[in-house]
Design a protein around this ligand. Structure first.
Ligand code: PLP
Length: 474
């Protein structure tokens, strides 16, 4: 048996406690903490420094990460995190900056934000960008609030109460629209896996506030009719929203502004340096065109009279959407990544991501079903339905082989879906190893597959119980 991870019978930290619980002695609590907010009931495990360090080190050895191997989660873009970006983000000049410091003392940080705004404008062909939202979904929600406020100001909010969303969309799109108080209308895909334009025409009306769409879509297919779609949406008096989570497919090739979009968000934590991570820190700046520029969240960073400054004066701004300046550490990484790559480098990122995806797709095509269309962009969805094996079991096989599985069971439009995004940072060797393991899995004994994984730190968990019987505290 080949083990792929360390395996410890690791206990909970509190179980290393010497028995008694630890609480700060009253004398150790600084005087300046007002009596009324001092806690008297916080029970901390009484563990030594080395118990804590060993506990977390052992846990990290049982883990799999983007620094350990390929992480091909489709829609999640777990590309390699360049260490220079981390290094810059850890520089004390940035990391120890106080968010309330006077503008004159933080000119360098403001310059970074200003330059990032400008670079994102150029990349997206938008007129104005706000760096505030701290996640992709939050960028969507911000964009939706902009649409809402625009129609409120125009006295049409009661009429324009629908957002159209293709059935291939990421789940956050309908969630953001619903949170913004809109009804969501699903637009079906056609047999090519792209938006059914006839169905779109039928759904568009004076009630439509916006169409939210990602291009390429979650099947990795480019919506070639996007200009016609933009024309139809605008003709109906609505806005076209670009879910920019898949920017790594189009960098330097096209841009939402060129395709006719009015609003876009960026997932800086997917395309520009930081991997998507399991709920880790992110940044979802929002860009808009034309008349929507006055609606962006504030502050924006401006450069005037040789100084960088925060500008909170937008006439119709929806206000602030996050504390201080958004997720500065992620903004900084994205700034470093874009500067380091330059426009040629970014174009190369996209070309390599697309090439890697198509190389993989070709290798898998004789083993798995690849629905809809031959040429893929940044990701490919394959179905294991034809193999008689479940996507979940194949994912567990990969874990046993020391390889992180792709996203499974998304998008919902494909049965037994495995959504794969190897990204531009995978080497040919990585892709070959991954493809060979997937191909082996398809002829593995189905009964054996059900008992996997066996070589990992944790075996197969009861996923239904894990989802339905949440224990978030103990
Ligand atoms: C297509 C798409 N849209 C939106 C999002 C939401 O981004 P976030 O997870 O940062 O909220 C994702 C996330 O993976 C995505 O893949």
């Amino acid at each position: 048996m080949e083990f792929r991870q360390a395996r410890y019978a690791e206990r909970m930290l509190k179980e290393y406690s010497s028995g008694s619980s630890f609480f700060l002695h009253q004398d150790e609590i600084p005087d300046w903490i007002p009596a009324e907010i001092r806690r008297s009931s916080l029970i901390l495990p009484d563990v030594s420094e080395y118990d804590v360090i060993r506990h977390f080190t052992r846990l990290s050895q049982m883990n799999y990460s983007v620094d350990t191997g390929l992480y091909p989660l489709g829609s999640c873009t777990m590309k390699f995190n360049p260490k220079y970006a981390d290094k810059i983000a850890s520089m004390p000049e940035f990391s120890e900056m106080h968010p309330l410091a006077d503008e004159s003392l933080v000119q360098g940080s403001l310059q970074v934000m200003y330059e990032l705004q400008e670079m994102l404008k150029e990349i997206s062909h938008m007129d104005e960008v706000s760096l505030q939202p701290p996640a992709g979904a939050h960028g969507e929600f911000t964009g939706i609030r902009i649409v809402k406020k625009y129609f409120q100001d125009a006295g049409a909010a009661d009429v324009r109460d629908e957002i159209l969303i293709p059935d291939s969309a990421h789940g956050t799109n309908p969630a953001s629209a619903a949170m913004g108080g809109f009804k969501t209308i699903e637009i079906p895909s056609n047999s090519n896996g792209t938006v059914d334009v006839e169905a779109l025409k039928a759904a568009l009306s004076e009630r439509t506030a916006a169409l939210m769409i990602t291009n390429p879509n979650t099947l990795g297919i480019f919506e070639t009719e996007i200009e016609e779609i933009a024309r139809l949406v605008h003709e109906a008096g609505a806005f076209l929203y670009y879910d920019g989570a898949n920017f790594n497919a189009i960098l330097g090739k096209t841009a939402p502004g060129k395709m006719g979009f009015d609003i876009t968000h960026f997932n800086l934590h997917k395309t520009f340096a930081t991997p998507h991570g399991g709920g880790g820190p992110g940044a979802g700046p929002v860009g808009v065109r034309g008349k929507l520029a006055e609606y962006l969240p504030v502050p924006l960073v401006r450069y005037r009279d040789g100084k960088y400054m925060l500008d909170g004066s937008l006439k119709h701004s929806i206000g602030k959407v996050s504390a201080y300046f958004g997720n500065f550490g992620i903004l900084l990484r994205a700034w470093a990544y874009i500067k380091r790559n330059g426009s040629e480098g970014l174009e190369n990122v996209s070309e390599t991501a697309v090439l890697n995806t198509n190389y993989l797709a070709k290798k898998l095509a004789s083993t798995y079903l690849i629905p809809k269309g031959k040429l893929k962009k940044h990701e490919v969805v394959v179905s294991s339905e034809n193999t008689g094996r479940r996507a979940l079991d194949i994912a567990k096989y990969l874990l046993d082989e020391g390889i992180h599985p792709p996203t499974v069971y998304f998008p919902l439009t494909v049965h037994e879906a495995m959504m794969i995004e190897v990204t531009e940072s995978a080497s040919r060797d990585d892709i070959d190893t991954f493809a060979e393991a997937l191909i082996r899995a398809a002829s593995e004994d189905p009964e054996k597959l059900k008992k996997l994984p066996q070589n990992t730190a944790v075996g197969r968990v009861d996923e239904v119980k894990a989802a339905r019987d949440l224990k978030l505290k103990w």
